[in-house]
Design a protein around this ligand. Structure first.
Ligand code: PLP
Length: 457
């Protein structure tokens, strides 16, 4: 079935006409296939920000008209995000810098003595803040099916001692793109009295997310992956732990009153509500941009976006399945069947006989395609997925092993979303086929850790 979408409104993205130079000197339209790192800005977001820019003023600070307007816009953006996420009454929306910041904020706010549960497959932003904040963490082994994930959590929670508990889980993997069984994991966690924070950095740009229906306690996502690259992110959810915690940052905006005491000290009454964790001048443009993206995605409807993306994912996986040298990395899919696992528009793979950095460099220099190579800030997961994969050496040199004595590993990730035309996927598949069959047309060299085209073969 072919799903047609209007690529112009409301989900048109910037950069569709950008031309980039190839190693040959020719220019081609850039095929942006690295949405999972940072998605292009929506035209709608850009236009909304540009329309607001002349009215820009300080938030929560000024008496002037533009300050009042900017404050209203900032608070209205909070309400738009709350609607977009389908929050419950009483839930809070805190504006942060991005998902990493949101999860570090939550890690700093959970009650002392909380035990955190996280699968080792998480992005480092979901894996690391907890121990860094001094909490006890149980790292669960990489499950090889969704049912196994639920069973592993069940067993871990059943064995856990009394006290506050928190599960941090991703909605969609930033490496494999696979969807995680969030509702089932949440039900399991709640049965054992554990709370749940959902890392929706890769889910929110692709799927409708209802906090109420999933029943998660908190959710985190980044504006720059949601087509709103203006330096803001979101942590939203239950108010109790946030209001009871020390403010994330100490400073203006987080305080109700600050007074000098007779003994020379300074007494502070901190705000409750989102302001408690938003010290400093708020990023009103970032918050407004996120709200604009939420409105555009809601207006376009996730049904159309998801249908379009499924079509591209099917074309991509069917095309890659015909290239025996390509191995797609799946955690949950049936062995050998790369099309069996439900995923968003994110997929990683390795190519037999190729170093992934070399391959990705050739995609860029010879075809104008931008993908990502490496371990994608999810080192334990990529190590598990690559298993005993031989990493081919290349003229670029294999990347340095991250642990002494360990083999070096890396993979290639392709990711897409709103505004991705068929042509980008077709060009990508043609490029992979040609590189595998004919080899690169250029010699590459390592320049300061980057693989760059050197001379024609
Ligand atoms: C699943 C996941 N979680 C968290 C993050 C961190 O997001 P940010 O870099 O925007 O803070 C990323 C970024 O790639 C991600 O993919």
């Amino acid at each position: 079935m072919s799903v047609s979408v209007d690529l112009h409104a409301p989900l048109a993205v910037l950069g569709q006409d950008v031309q980039v130079p190839l190693a040959s000197g020719e220019k081609v339209g850039y095929a942006a296939l690295d949405y999972a790192a940072s998605a292009p800005a929506l035209q709608r977001v850009w236009d909304d920000v540009a329309a607001y820019a002349p009215y820009y003023g300080s938030v929560h600070r000024g008496a002037g008209y533009l300050s009042q307007l900017s404050t209203d816009l900032f608070e209205q953006s909070r309400r738009t995000v709350a609607d977009f996420l389908d929050l419950r009454g009483g839930d809070q929306v805190v504006f942060t810098r991005a998902t990493t910041d949101s999860l570090n904020l939550l890690a700093a706010a959970v009650p002392a003595g909380t035990r955190v549960f996280a699968f080792e497959t998480e992005h480092h932003a979901s894996l690391l803040p907890w121990a860094h904040a001094g909490l006890e963490v149980s790292y669960l082994r990489a499950p090889r099916s969704r049912a196994e994930a639920v069973a592993a959590l069940e067993a871990a929670l059943a064995a856990a001692s009394e006290g506050p508990k928190l599960l941090c889980v991703t909605g969609a993997s930033n490496v494999t793109g696979e969807l995680w069984p969030v509702a089932e994991l949440t039900a399991t966690a709640h049965r054992h009295g554990a709370r749940v924070v959902l890392d929706a950095a890769q889910l929110a740009p692709h799927h409708r997310v209802s906090v109420r229906e999933l029943d998660v306690d908190w959710i985190a996502f980044s504006g720059h992956k949601l087509y709103a690259p203006f330096g803001a992110g979101v942590l939203a959810g239950r108010a109790d732990w946030l209001d009871a915690a020390e403010p994330y940052l100490a400073g203006g905006g987080a305080t109700r009153t600050v007074a000098r005491e007779p003994d020379g000290s300074v007494a502070v009454q901190w705000n409750t509500g989102p302001a408690r964790h938003e010290a400093g001048s708020p990023n009103v443009i970032g918050a407004y941009a996120i709200a604009s993206a939420c409105r555009a995605l809601t207006e376009a409807g996730f049904d159309a976006l998801e249908a379009r993306e499924r079509q591209l994912v099917e074309r991509l996986t069917a095309g890659l399945a015909q290239i025996p040298e390509v191995r797609v990395l799946n955690l949950f899919g049936e062995a050998g069947d790369i099309r069996s696992s439900a995923r968003v528009g994110v997929l990683s793979f390795v190519v037999r006989g190729w170093n992934s950095s070399h391959f990705s460099a050739a995609l860029s220099a010879e075809y104008g395609i931008g993908v990502r190579d490496g371990l994608f800030c999810a080192h334990p997961l990529v190590r598990t997925l690559l298993g005993d994969e031989e990493v081919a050496p290349s003229e670029c040199g294999a990347p340095e092993p991250s642990l002494p004595g360990e083999r070096s590993l890396n993979a290639i990730r392709v990711s897409f979303g709103a505004g991705t035309p068929d042509e980008h996927i077709e060009r990508f598949l043609t490029a992979v086929r040609e590189l595998v069959t004919d080899g690169a047309a250029w010699n590459y060299r390592n320049e300061g850790g980057r693989c760059v085209a050197d001379s024609r073969r």
